[in-house]
Write a protein that binds this ligand. Structure first.
Ligand SMILES: *[C@@H]1O[C@H](CO)[C@@H](O)[C@H](O)[C@H]1NC(C)=O
Ligand SMILES: *[C@@H]1O[C@H](CO)[C@@H](O)[C@H](O)[C@H]1NC(C)=O
Length: 245
């Protein structure tokens, strides 16, 4: 909470909705160095982002949880129908922002280039009637994976929406390009452990082949997760507190 967010403001918050948490980047629309302002601000609140800020609905990055993901995709060398549950990812909080471009010229648009050195993921999966290259994939169990050197370029725009007489941003379109340098997985499959072992051996011997085939799916899923995450932040902090006039 802000410095002055003591008694009086808390009362006001109760009635009018939430305010940006203490230290949250507050950058001026007219700041010629608005990118630097946001980058410094994000650095300041990195610990809070890692832990999450429950008062304003910002979920934790460390760990980052995704309760359910449904995947259904046909692409070259790939047919995949899967339900992923209880995904836990650790390491995302160590993201580095390599580039940020913000355009507030009659719009709310941004492009960001991120680097995540290492992500350790645990997820329960249920895959049916799927195929990757010549490998049939069917099964249910838990997968653990370590992925390193993750580069993300995300481009997106947001629109202004009104809620209870207050303006908020809402992420509109987000597209990501994503590249994972290396991955290693391990699987405990309760239905077809032997088939799962050969899938694991195949993945671990040539992770880049599999990751390349899965890339369009990983990029779209990354964009959807990022959009949901941003909208939790945007939906909790009024526009006038996110970008100062
Ligand atoms: C992931 O990394 C951890 C810590 O280094 C290690 O214990 C684990 O075995 C690794 N998992 C896989 C699937 O390589
Ligand atoms: C698989 O089960 C073993 C033994 O219960 C456990 O040590 C290992 O961490 C599990 N691996 C995964 C990927 O869940």
């Amino acid at each position: 909470m802000r410095v002055f967010c003591s008694f009086v403001l808390v009362c006001v918050i109760g009635v009018q909705g939430k305010v940006a948490p203490d230290g949250f980047p507050a950058c001026k629309r007219t700041d010629p160095q608005i990118e630097k302002c946001f980058l410094d601000g994000i650095e300041n609140i990195r610990p809070q982002l890692q832990a999450g800020i429950p008062e304003v609905n910002i979920p934790s990055l460390e760990p980052f949880l995704v309760p359910t993901l449904k995947l259904d995709r046909t692409a070259p060398n790939l047919r995949l129908k899967a339900v992923l549950k209880n995904m836990v990812a650790r390491g995302g909080g160590n993201f580095r922002i390599d580039r940020l471009k913000i355009n507030l010229n009659n719009k709310y648009a941004a492009e960001v280039k991120l680097f995540i050195p290492r992500l350790a993921v645990t997820v329960d999966y249920d895959v049916k009637g799927s195929r990757l290259l010549v490998l049939d994939i069917d099964g249910k169990g838990q997968l653990r994976g370590n992925f390193t050197g993750i580069q993300v370029v995300a481009k997106g725009s947001a629109k202004v929406i009104e809620k209870d007489g207050e303006s908020y941003l809402q992420a509109d379109k987000i597209a990501t390009r994503l590249k994972i340098n290396h991955g290693q997985i391990d699987i405990n499959d309760t239905e077809r452990p032997y088939a799962a072992n050969s899938a694991v051996a195949f993945f671990n011997s040539s992770p880049n082949v599999v990751l390349d085939i899965l890339n369009p799916l990983i990029e779209d899923t990354g964009a959807a997760i990022m959009k949901a995450f941003l909208n939790k932040i945007f939906g909790s902090i009024p526009l006038k507190e996110l970008i100062l006039d």
